[in-house]
Design a protein around this ligand. Sequence first.
Ligand SMILES: [Zn+2]
Length: 303
Amino acid sequence: MSVRRLPGVAVAVAIVVALLGACGQGGTEGRTEGGKLAVVASFYPLQFATEQVGGGHIAVTTLTKPGAEPHDVELNPRQVAQVADAGLAVHLKGFQPAVDSAVAQEAKGRSFDVSSVIELLPYTGGESEDGSKDPHVWLDPARFATIAGTLGERLAQADPAHAADYRERAKSLRNQLQDLDRAYAESLTTCARRELVTSHQAFNYLAHRYGLTQIGITGVSPEAEPSPRKLAKVAAQARATGTTTIFFETLVSPKVAETIAREVGARTAVLDPLEGLTDENADYFTVMRANLAALTTALGCTS
Ligand SMILES: [Zn+2]
């Protein structure tokens, strides 16, 4: 009986060995060949925070290509394998469904859902007021600071040998984010207008934090085409509030913003939701400071 079962056992062992060989990348579990902690981050702001906190002890792979629109990202088999091999997967549940399902299936117990440590807001100021949660949390520096702090703890758990360093770096990132938060609060205290008209409805957290009102044109998904009725409504709101600037974002065509701007005699300007970097010399902080400059000009703020 045992002799008869042997070939089956041999096949099973061969399969297991083959699977390990395919996933292991030559390193120990969750590590690169060079012994660094392998971390996957689902899109740019999480990549930035992870790199800042991890420093030289980790190797970060991003699941959204630079310059790509992250909302509808699809993962190829290689990326799913990267999630499975990672020592930690950092994602934002509800933002990228393909990433959420890969993490749920492949990275059990080795993931950090950044939305789990902050208060989420429902979508407001546009078409999708169905009670679903708005994922654009990184545009509030105060919430992002909370995420940075917890990220330090999660990296410390995944790689205890460098725990002190992760905590130190997380503290430094948190301080920088709190400085940015203060700069926003001070610059946006006294403004002629407080309405923020934007093609992509991504700035709810920013508006909420600094007492602005977001008027969204295309809704949640930046590539959705607004109806003529919606365009007319936003144009009327823009006129009524004396809006001088219609904002559009860098990863999507400015056509819709230009249409409304023409209609109400306003100009257009970039307000970057930081879902992906278009300039490789930029980072989270340079883009957020450029956004602040664009806002203070558009809203007529004096400080
Ligand atoms: Zn978005």
